[in-house]
Design a protein around this ligand. Structure first.
Ligand code: MHO
Length: 212
């Protein structure tokens, strides 16, 4: 296991949370992802009544493999944070929740650089992290769930379905089905996921049936 002891968390909102779950889940260094609601005051939000919350992605990552600044650059590259995103109340706002003063500093720096490079002003609200409410299971790894064969084969490798949905493998596969990430990169990573030879074989076989 090559994970360092300093796992960090990044929390941000950029529109419907299904897409970012796939896009960020495929990044080497991202350990797990979850989608949910954040930024509002409504208690116990759910999809049908999220109140003043915003659809949000939360990821755990290894800063020895990927920097917070890389995550933020991809964040601003992958959605339009320069326009007014208020068309559905607060549901699809661009928000960035920093977990400590270091993240806050990096966020302001990356924002400044991005604005300079693109000659656009970013509207993202940069806020201190307070609370993240995990969304209903049907929203977790949403696109992967459209591949029942993958679900069945891979979830069998985990003690519970929840362990599977929260795993690095599920995060990668959920990106892979959306055509993010390279087969070669995932194959390289397979050796670090604690699988036995048979399990690796099953997974490699499965990857080829999804995309190659
Ligand atoms: N346009 C998408 C949004 C879903 S996302 C979880 C839909 O309504 O299907 O907000």
């Amino acid at each position: 296991n090559r994970q360092s002891n300093t796992i960090q968390t990044a929390t941000f909102s950029m529109g419907c949370f299904w897409g970012p779950d796939s896009r960020f889940g495929q990044l080497p260094g991202v350990i797990r992802t979850r989608v949910g609601y954040a930024g509002g005051t409504t208690p116990d939000p759910i999809y049908k009544s999220m109140g003043d919350h915003t659809e949000t992605l939360e990821i755990d990552f290894d800063p020895e493999v990927i920097h917070y600044s890389d995550i933020l650059t991809l964040f601003w590259d992958s959605h339009d944070a320069a326009k007014d995103r208020n068309y559905k109340g607060r549901q699809y706002l661009s928000l960035l929740f920093y977990h400590d003063t270091e993240q806050q500093k990096v966020a302001n720096q990356v924002r400044e650089d991005w604005e300079k490079n693109h000659s656009k002003k970013i509207q993202t609200e940069i806020l201190p992290y307070t609370h993240f409410y995990r969304a209903e299971d049907r929203h977790q790894k949403y696109f992967l769930k459209r591949y029942p064969k993958a679900l069945e084969a891979v979830s069998a490798l985990f003690p519970t379905y929840t362990d599977y949905i929260d795993s690095t493998i599920a995060a990668r596969l959920n990106g892979f089905v959306r055509e993010y990430g390279l087969l070669a990169d995932i194959k390289k990573e397979l050796d670090f996921w604690g699988l036995n030879e048979n399990e690796k074989y099953i997974l490699k076989d499965l990857l080829h049936t999804i995309r190659w």
